[in-house]
Design a protein around this ligand. Structure first.
Ligand code: ADP
Length: 376
């Protein structure tokens, strides 16, 4: 079947960058988002409605040849039902979204498949948490099983005395993990097409307070570690069902790779591919969900990226400042997400710096400097 229109649940920055990638492929994008004039609305048609609202998802399915989602808050049951009733296929498969939405279920399934993960267990009480601290040793990471993102829903616990407050801070069911004393964090975008799988080159990801700040590819780890990461990505992709791209977040510790978590959609750690690879993760996602051949995942050149985060203390209307100064940097690419409101640490945009011949340190230094010219 020819896919002319792709429907996307979610119209944030990921929907916007999908829209930018769709036009040259001759694909129209329709997104659904509860916030009118969402970031993607400048480049796509928007239906206004909740991510889990069956009527909105049905309207989206009726407008589109295939459905996908750019946010984990999409409802797998609604997607599955609407898909069955309208005959519009949904990618990645709703059951894969369901699996990923619950961090405990996700870790169990991947561990069963032989993917190396940090030691983990479910937590229902302060007693469970204290037992886990005893078993794993402090510190540990307490995580909400569902709904966490950008560090929200993740608490580091340094000793048993912190257990009651930590349980209080996490709403709903939780799990606990051993703390991984990683050398660095890595990520890769895996891709599943129609009978083919692939992965983009490994990226180093730099987090601060559990939020992604910068990425650089190639990462500053030996080839043997990159090869391990590729192998883990292959094993992860074998567990996923349906087509599209998957963000695979990893820890590198002592030459070993451990899986942190997966996102069944384009991911911040893959934004660098827009300038840094021959095919961007957004084009690849569209190729995948539309059943087109996947593009090459080859890197064009070493590339660094820095996120522009909200630095305000209270929400206020957003304005992009410093554009001219930042763009004076040779080869710098700016991506402003067009959000109306800036909030503390909200992702407002990013800058990317591709640089043949430059070291990762040089690229990271230059991209940080350019980003510092900007504010939201
Ligand atoms: P989110 O879903 O909010 O992105 P993650 O589970 O990915 O939450 O955790 C966010 C960050 O917290 C990670 O990128 C990492 O820096 C840190 N982190 C998470 N789990 C662990 C762990 N087991 N050991 C050490 N650091 C961790």
């Amino acid at each position: 079947m020819t896919v002319d229109t792709v429907g996307v649940v979610g119209g944030g920055q990921l929907g916007r960058m999908l829209g930018e990638a769709a036009a040259p492929l001759g694909i129209d994008l329709v997104v659904s988002d509860p916030t009118p004039a969402a970031p993607a609305a400048r480049v796509a048609e928007q239906l206004v409605g909740g991510f889990d609202d069956p009527e909105t998802v049905r309207a989206l399915a009726e407008r589109a040849d295939v459905l996908t989602y750019e946010i984990e808050l999409a409802d797998p049951d609604v997607l599955e039902r609407v898909g069955e009733e309208t005959g519009t296929s949904v990618h990645p498969a709703p059951k894969t979204l369901r699996l990923i939405q619950d961090k405990l279920v996700q870790k169990r399934r991947l561990a069963e498949a032989g993917v190396p993960v940090p030691a983990f267990r479910p937590v229902a009480s302060v007693g469970d948490l204290r037992e886990a601290i005893e078993e794993f040793g402090a510190p540990v990471m307490l995580k909400a099983r569902e709904g966490g993102y950008d560090g929200r829903g993740t608490v580091r616990i340094d000793g048993p005395e912190e257990a009651p407050a930590a349980i209080e801070a996490i709403e709903g069911p939780a799990m606990v993990e051993e703390f991984v004393p990683f050398d660095c964090e890595l990520a890769m975008m895996g891709c599943r097409g129609d009978g083919e799988t692939d992965a983009f080159p490994v990226t180093e990801t730099i987090h601060e307070a559990a939020i992604l700040r910068e990425t650089v590819s190639p990462p500053r780890v030996p080839e043997s570690v990159r090869e391990r990461a590729r192998r883990v990505a292959r094993d992860v992709l074998a567990v996923m069902e349906g087509r599209g791209v998957f963000g695979i977040e990893l820890f590198a510790a002592d030459g070993e790779i451990l899986l942190n978590e997966i996102a069944p959609r384009p991911h911040n750690s893959g934004h660098w591919t827009i300038e840094g690879c021959h095919t961007s993760q957004f084009e690849q996602h569209l190729r995948g969900v539309a059943g087109l051949p996947l593009g090459t995942t080859e890197r064009r050149c070493p590339t660094a990226l820095s996120n522009l985060l909200g630095t305000v203390e209270d929400p206020r209307p957003a304005t992009l400042e410093g554009r001219a100064s930042a763009l004076a940097t040779d080869r710098l690419a700016l991506h402003w997400y067009g959000k109306d409101e800036v909030r503390p640490l909200r992702k407002m945009g990013h800058v990317t710096l591709p640089g043949a011949g430059a070291s990762p340190e040089e690229l990271l230094g230059a991209v940080r400097e350019a980003r510092a010219e900007l504010s939201a």
